[in-house]
Ligand binder design. Structure first.
Ligand code: KG4
Ligand code: ZN
Length: 343
């Protein structure tokens, strides 16, 4: 039996979880700062780090109490090393190192995006080769995993991440922060009324969302100039259908080409109801690849997913040291920066 603590502070959630054998969640405490950042229309990094400092000790204590364990029972501490906001990450890194030093526990530095992928281990036994569509506020990536703990990025975005595009378009439409969940809801009431151009990319499996975001801005300006009232639900519908349609199309093409045993969704945008519907319908047409959609509780940021990835890191003996620091641009294990530029 392996009992891991996970710590996650990469953006605006202060989170700590206790997970047994990478599958059984004994506690999963998430303290969200969304109420504060909503006042500013987005995450304010300096404010985020200060709130992490205020909350981290209480969140860790609650995770241990809820799980009915003490630090003595913990085998290792998995924490998010990056990517994310440097000040926010730093708080989690320091908390993990302090606990590791005081209780003499090994450290497991974890890439946040691998955490999103391994969140799927809570609902399915991961089968390899596996393809992951990782979609969050900071990332839009198609990741290929030939084996467990083996990552290769097949495609990525060189401009906005999809969650970021959702948040920016929502802001322009006056829907507040975070925009994704509201846009998801609004789009359900929308009709096919506006036309937006399909995003273009250089790479076959790459994504791009900033052109689409600009097209929404231009559409709004044009309608205003012509004295037309903007139908917010229809704009949300057009944006969502175009963005998701393009992304799902590329994902399905990659699945057909690579034929993984499993396709998993990962990251905050995996909570989107239309994406879940589109990908389910598309994958019904394809034999031999099992689709796994994570439940809502492990789509957006949490620490259980960091402990789940940590369990795999633990089995691979991928321990860190006290010299490790927060890394806002951290790549996935084995991922080579040159891969982006050469392929
Ligand atoms: O994974 P996550 O919690 O944080 C990052 O690692 O970035 O993802 C947050 C992102 C935000 O951009 C948020 O707007 C988006 O996920 N999101 C959604 C939905 N729920 C959250 N986007 C579209 N539809 C949703 N239902
Ligand atoms: Zn995330």
């Amino acid at each position: 039996m392996t009992l891991l603590m996970g710590i996650e502070t990469s953006c605006d959630e202060t989170a700590c979880a206790i997970v047994r054998d990478g599958k059984e969640i004994l506690s999963n405490i998430v303290s969200s700062q969304i109420n504060v950042h909503t006042l500013y229309g987005g995450v304010v990094p300096e404010v985020a780090s200060r709130i992490h400092v205020e909350n981290i000790s209480a969140v860790i204590e609650e995770a241990l109490n809820t799980a009915k364990v003490t630090m003595d029972d913990i085998d290792a501490i998995a924490y998010t090393q990056g990517p994310g906001l440097v000040g926010s990450l730093h708080v989690g890194v320091q908390a993990a190192k302090t606990l590791a030093f005081a209780w003499n526990k090994p450290l497991l530095p974890i890439n946040h995006m691998t955490g999103h992928i391994y969140a799927n281990a809570f609902v399915a036994d991961l089968q390899f080769p596996l393809m992951a569509l990782v979609v969050s506020g900071g990332h839009s990536e198609l990741v290929w995993m030939q084996n467990d703990w083996d990552f290769k990025v097949l495609g990525t975005t060189f401009d906005d991440a999809i969650g970021e595009a959702y948040d920016k378009v929502a802001r322009v439409l006056g829907l507040g922060y975070p925009g994704g969940p509201v846009m998801d809801k609004m789009a359900k009431e929308g009709k096919p009324h506006y036309h937006l151009p399909t995003p273009k990319t250089a790479g076959e499996y790459d994504f791009s969302f900033s052109g689409l975001k600009s097209a929404v801005l231009q559409l709004i300006e044009r309608e205003k100039k012509q004295g037309n009232e903007i139908n917010v639900a229809d704009v949300a519908y057009a944006f969502q259908e175009t963005a998701l349609g393009s992304m799902v199309g590329k994902t399905v093409a990659a699945v057909r080409a690579y034929q993984p045993k499993m396709l998993v969704l990962a990251g905050g945008v995996a909570a989107n109801s239309r994406l879940r519907q589109m990908i389910t319908e598309a994958m019904n047409e394809i034999e031999g690849t099992q689709l796994v959609i994570p439940p809502m509780y492990c789509c957006t940021d949490n620490a259980a997913m960091i402990a789940a990835a940590g369990y795999t890191a633990y089995r691979h003996q991928a321990f860190g040291s006290f010299r490790d620091a927060a890394d806002p641009g951290l790549l996935m294990p084995g991922e080579n920066q040159s891969f982006f530029h050469n392929n």
